[in-house]
Design a protein around this ligand. Structure first.
Ligand code: TYD
Length: 144
């Protein structure tokens, strides 16, 4: 791979993608080892989110993800155990790279929001940390 995976203590990493646009409109290409710094094993997307619903509220032990709102918008809250940061995903050319051991919450979904997530691993419930205090403990134990 030509692109290094972000180091464990790197901060939340907002991504700006190059739009390959012409008079017909826009196109964005996501490619492993180019603008996706991991091998993609899974893609999922969240849509039709009901009003006032927030999602997430978990961290992953190993999984890395790249999240993009390909339509609409939502607000992501990202927490590395020391500080919280809000990132608005409100354009298909914006993304956020979420490394392992980052607590994430998604709020304020617009009605038309389609949140697409590229993931470095298959779905694995044992990789989830769904309790915030457990997350803080794992971070402080330096299991990054
Ligand atoms: P979850 O990751 O908890 O959703 P969110 O963090 O957005 O609130 O997933 C919700 C449910 O969907 C849960 O039962 C696990 C299942 N799921 C899969 O089966 N495969 C997947 O790739 C994902 C992301 C979730």
């Amino acid at each position: 791979m030509g692109v290094e995976v972000p180091s464990a203590n790197s901060d939340v990493l907002p991504q700006q993608f190059r739009i390959i646009g012409d008079e017909r409109g826009g196109l964005i290409s996501l490619e492993c080892a180019d603008n996706v710094p991991f091998v993609v094993k899974r893609v999922y997307y969240i849509f039709n989110t009901q009003a006032d619903v927030s999602r997430g509220f978990h961290a992953h032990r190993d999984l890395q993800q790249l999240a993009i709102c390909v339509a609409g918008k939502c607000r992501m809250t990202l927490d590395d155990g020391q500080s919280r940061q809000d990132v608005w995903l409100d354009s298909p050319d914006k993304g956020v790279l979420i490394r392992n051991l980052i607590w994430r919450e998604m709020h304020d979904f617009s009605e038309d929001c389609v949140l697409m997530v590229l993931a470095s691993g298959h779905y694995d419930e044992s990789d989830y940390i769904r309790d915030y205090d457990s997350f803080l403990k794992e971070v402080s134990h330096g299991k990054k």
